[in-house]
Ligand binder design. Structure first.
Ligand code: FUC
Length: 342
């Protein structure tokens, strides 16, 4: 069942909120701005139904955010692009720079900052947009479709499809920026969480968090999540090395990218994707005046973002994967979140 309501009418477009209920306590809610996922509700072991995502306190707080990207669709390209540059054959394209000289999460006018047309399907929603270079600063006219839908056994599916409807090449490496906190009481932060990531390597980053091109082996480091690990303990060991938290691209092998579970209440989220990267961000820097969910103040490590994508800055590193969408070509990506309780 799908319900919709208008949240605000005094904006460029009416801000609409949609809830897609899958029954038995499972439901997701999103906005037509940023294709933002504001909640995924699910039960725990004791039958308590709660939102497993972290996001702003009120739906209008999601407007204009350029810092946290809570629940946002990210594109055309997730992560950082060195120098905000894209070279193709003999051409050079200047991309929107929004973090020093670099491009982050599609620039200020990326997917997260756009109004989307929404249509309802049987168990989901489809967001569509025709994006011209004047709108976001990337080359090429891109027709984008994002789908959020329920599948079998409470699997939540995210699908990205784009077709380059121009004679100019462009880049396409979208992701979602949902942050998970599986506790009912979000003030418990990442306590009680266990995480595994199917990766033997992560990318080395420079001072500006741009990949150097080198891979680092996780063995004997606090980056080793091949076996599931207690997240709070791992954050503690990272701090012993004077690293404030996780903000790292993992090189994942196989379709099962990661698994997050809660020791206390039995909630499990398994993330599957067709990409070779997963950015693990433990929400390291926060402003204390920000209010989230039911009105609590945001604090560091209150939730975790696990962003499946092709390894960041791939357009400068052929061995990271291919994110170029040449003229008149199309591409589809899929992320599945398997939700369950033990
Ligand atoms: C992640 C990080 C960034 C940024 C953003 C909100 O993708 O890699 O550092 O802070 O999320």
């Amino acid at each position: 069942m799908i319900t919709r309501k208008e949240i605000a009418s005094n904006l460029e477009r009416p801000l609409m909120q949609y809830t897609v209920n899958n029954g038995n306590g499972y439901a997701f809610t999103c906005l037509n701005y940023g294709a933002t996922l504001t909640s995924i509700m699910m039960p725990d072991r004791n039958g308590i139904i709660d939102n497993i995502l972290l996001g702003f306190n009120g739906p209008t707080d999601f407007l204009n955010d350029q810092t946290y990207f809570f629940g946002k669709a990210i594109g055309r390209v997730g992560g950082r692009i060195k120098g905000g540059l894209f070279h193709y054959k003999n051409q050079e394209f200047l991309l929107p720079r929004n973090e020093g000289d670099n491009t982050l999460h599609g620039g200020v006018n990326g997917f997260h900052h756009m109004w989307w047309d929404v249509s309802e399907t049987e168990k989901g929603l489809t967001f569509t947009k025709v994006i011209n270079p004047e709108m976001d600063g990337f080359p090429g006219k891109l027709e984008v479709t994002i789908t959020y839908r329920w599948g079998e056994n409470n699997q939540f599916h995210v699908e990205f499809y784009a077709i380059n409807k121009s004679d100019t090449p462009t880049l396409f490496n979208p992701t979602t920026h949902i942050y998970f906190n599986l506790n009912n009481d979000k003030l418990k932060g990442l306590n009680n969480h266990k995480l595994s990531i199917s990766a033997e390597q992560l990318l080395e980053l420079d001072q500006q968090q741009i990949p150097t091109g080198e891979f680092i082996n996780v063995t004997n480091t606090p980056f080793d999540f091949r076996k599931e690990q207690n997240l709070s303990e791992m954050l503690h060991s990272l701090k012993q090395l004077n690293i404030s938290g996780y903000d790292h691209p993992y090189h994942v092998t196989g379709p099962k990218a990661a698994r997050l579970s809660n020791l206390n209440n039995g909630r499990i989220v398994e993330i599957q994707s067709d990409r070779n990267g997963l950015v693990f961000y433990s929400l390291n820097k926060t402003h204390p005046h920000i209010k989230v969910n039911e009105g609590n103040h945001l604090f560091p490590h209150m939730a975790v973002a696990l962003e499946p994508q092709t390894l960041p800055d791939a357009n400068h590193h052929p061995d990271f994967g291919d994110i170029v969408l040449p003229a008149n070509t199309e591409k589809k990506y899929e992320i599945t979140y398997k939700l369950s309780v033990i």
